[in-house]
Design a protein around this ligand. Structure first.
Ligand SMILES: Nc1ncnc2c1ncn2[C@@H]1O[C@H](COP(=O)(O)OP(=O)(O)O)[C@@H](O)[C@H]1O
Ligand SMILES: NC(=O)OP(=O)(O)O
Length: 310
């Protein structure tokens, strides 16, 4: 019997932000991933990178000030670095968790480029928040370097363009590993954004929403399910108000209606719902689960979260 294929997207809480947090979070996520493998799913993993890509960018800029031979590092290269070191922690945690359960299965990270449109409106209106909280002085310094910042609670954060994912360059390699029933980590941090210029792919100064890239990945792999692990148990209506209602299920028509009505915040829940709508499309089989990881990363398939179907 054909195995069910599942794409799991790890958000900030399932991944952590700092190095030590990430290593602990990766262990919890590995437990949930191993449960799916035990239950005979084919698993593809993708993940956030906002805090990590901001940290790498800041570190590289500081080095460039100190040592002239360390030139400034483009955002696309920082994205590639973030895929590498997050993939490393995830590969390692998943391998160990499986071996502890007596299972051997290869786990690999595919450095993934994702094609974006050079005329995407997002390049003119950066909105994607990356990196840590900045003071006013730090924010001013970023702006002087030509970077964009936005005021947030308690200070400022850097913002970059978040163009839509159009195509996944390494999709054939990802599919081949998946077809061979191996575990793949791909499209990390939404993928390395690239612009197609003839035979050349040029890195773009942007960070793609990982939820939209996860939806595209699930669509191109013809997955059965997209699981988005985030900071809330369920998708809510009237989120953050006294009238908040948690949704157990959501059909596509209502998802679109609530999305259009602005029920889901931009940059957080809205791209998750958009990803679900794009992935499920006309399919009566595909579904999307949006939920939070338990403390111990326990089983997710037993009716938790918000299940979105046609
Ligand atoms: N309608 C909503 N229902 C539930 N959560 C929402 C809603 N709108 C916004 N959110 C917020 O979206 C967050 C998840 O998005 P985000 O912080 O980007 O997480 P992740 O890193 O997991 O992608 C939740 O923790 C919650 O605070
Ligand atoms: N690339 C991306 O969407 O990362 P975050 O989820 O950390 O914002």
């Amino acid at each position: 019997m054909k195995k069910k294929r599942i794409v799991i997207a790890l958000g900030h809480e399932a991944l952590g932000s700092t190095l030590p947090e990430q290593q602990e979070a990766a262990k919890r996520s590995a437990a949930a991933i191993a449960d799916f493998i035990r239950d005979d799913y084919q698993v593809v993993i993708t993940h956030s990178n906002g805090p990590q890509v901001g940290m790498i960018h800041t570190a590289m800029s500081e080095f460039a000030k100190l040592y002239p031979e360390y030139t400034n590092t483009p955002t696309a290269v920082c994205s590639a670095m973030s895929q590498g070191y997050i993939g490393y922690d995830l590969q390692s945690a998943i391998r160990t968790e499986l071996l502890n359960r007596g299972i051997y299965k290869p786990v690999s990270t595919v450095l993934t480029q994702v094609v974006v449109d050079p005329y995407d409106e997002a390049f003119y209106h950066p909105t994607k928040v990356i990196g840590r909280l900045l003071t006013k002085e730090e924010a001013d310094a970023e702006e002087q370097k030509g970077n964009h910042v936005t005021p947030v609670e308690g200070g400022y954060r850097r913002i970059v363009a978040a163009p839509k994912p159009i195509d996944i360059v390494e999709i054939d390699a990802i599919r081949a590993l998946c077809d061979a029933d191996q575990i793949v980590i791909a499209c990390g941090g939404g993928g390395i954004p690239v612009l197609s210029q003839g035979n050349h792919l040029k890195g773009a100064s942007a960070v793609i929403e990982k939820d939209l890239a996860a939806g595209k990945l699930a669509e191109l792999l013809d997955a059965d399910m997209l699981v988005i692990l985030t900071g809330v148990d369920k998708v809510c209506l009237n989120y953050g108000t006294d009238d908040q209602v948690e949704l157990d299920t959501l059909n596509l028509a209502d998802a679109q209606k609530y999305l259009d009505a602005g029920e889901f915040h931009e940059g957080t829940m809205a791209p998750k719902i958009e990803a679900a709508i794009g992935f499920i499309g006309e399919s009566a089989i595909r579904s999307t689960l949006i939920t939070k990881l338990n403390k111990n990363g326990a089983q997710l398939t037993g009716g938790m979260g918000t299940l979105i179907k046609k």
